[in-house]
Design a protein around this ligand. Structure first.
Ligand SMILES: NC(=O)c1ccc[n+]([C@@H]2O[C@H](COP(=O)([O-])OP(=O)(O)OC[C@H]3O[C@@H](n4cnc5c(N)ncnc54)[C@H](O)[C@@H]3O)[C@@H](O)[C@H]2O)c1
Length: 254
């Protein structure tokens, strides 16, 4: 499936992996519609790429529906890349015996898992209403962002890993649900990526993190993530897949 003459939604598109994906999909010919909470960065990127910015919280159905309408208007809507997400680190029981805060656990699941599904379900409606692009009735492709922590979460990652494991878990059933509409669904599990968040760490920490990767011994680049997202959108035979993008790293308990 080609991206030219179509629109693509990128959630969390104002920063990091989402921003790199917005740049890549725009370069491949899509009109990008950036969903994010960060208006300044999201609008600036949309202006740079000739796309649109929608200030949408992925957990808010009305805001997401408005954004989907913008993308459908600029469309046909053929691609969604879900990158919006937050991290949270806290032990289930701290060393001093304090239990994990329930509200932050809930909020992490709300944004990373429920927010992802909210965008999928509403965007799928707009995609399903488009004319198919081929004789197999293909209409669009959705890419989600989980994490290798969704498979091998570290100490203190119960909330984050729970949310990202949920994204892995919904990938196949959602792909099955959306197959009759001609929509493919895949999920990327990044390892350590060189986003602004990661680069805020001291150089020796970044160096040590890079050395924990099997090969190559460095963090992944945002361009490598964007390349994988573009492949999952344009390669018509990848569906229901969960793909690690991690240089072979396996997270240890800490
Ligand atoms: N950076 C990594 O090493 C790494 C590794 C594995 C997985 N991931 C996942 O990749 C995704 C992107 O990570 P990143 O490093 O680019 O993060 P980032 O913080 O640079 O970007 C995330 C973006 O999501 C937006 N966002 C947060 N909550 C939102 C909401 N409720 N509605 C709309 N937008 C919202 C933020 O404003 C931000 O612009 C996340 O889901 C993250 O969990 C990142």
């Amino acid at each position: 499936m080609q991206l030219s003459d179509s629109s693509a939604i990128i959630t969390g598109g104002a920063s990091g992996l989402g921003a790199a994906t917005a740049r890549r999909l725009a370069a491949d010919g899509a009109t990008v519609v950036v969903f994010d909470l960060n208006e300044a960065a999201g609008q600036a990127l949309a202006d740079e790429l000739g796309g649109a910015f929608v200030q949408a919280d992925v957990t808010d159905s009305d805001q997401v529906q408005k954004g989907v309408d913008v993308a459908a208007e600029a469309g046909p809507l053929r691609a969604v890349v879900n990158c919006a997400g937050i991290g949270w680190a806290q032990r289930t029981l701290s060393r001093d015996g304090t239990p994990h805060d329930l509200e932050t656990f809930r909020r992490t699941i709300e944004i990373n898992l429920i927010g992802t599904f909210n965008v999928i379900r509403l965007a799928a409606g707009a995609m399903a209403a488009t004319d198919p692009v081929d004789s197999y009735n293909q209409r669009g492709a959705i890419v989600n962002t989980s994490s290798v922590a969704g498979m091998e979460g570290q100490t203190g990652q119960a909330a984050y890993s729970g949310s990202k494991g949920g994204v892995i878990g919904i990938t196949l059933p959602v792909a099955r649900d959306l197959a009759p509409a001609g929509i493919r669904v895949n999920t990327i599990c990044p390892g350590l990526m060189d986003t602004p968040l990661m680069n805020a760490a001291p150089p020796d920490v970044i160096d040590a993190l890079g050395k924990s990767v099997l090969f190559p011994k460095r963090m992944g680049t945002t361009a490598e993530f964007a390349s994988m997202a573009a492949e999952l959108i344009t390669n018509d035979y990848v569906n229901g897949a969960v793909i690690r993008l991690d240089g072979g790293i396996r997270f240890q308990p800490k």
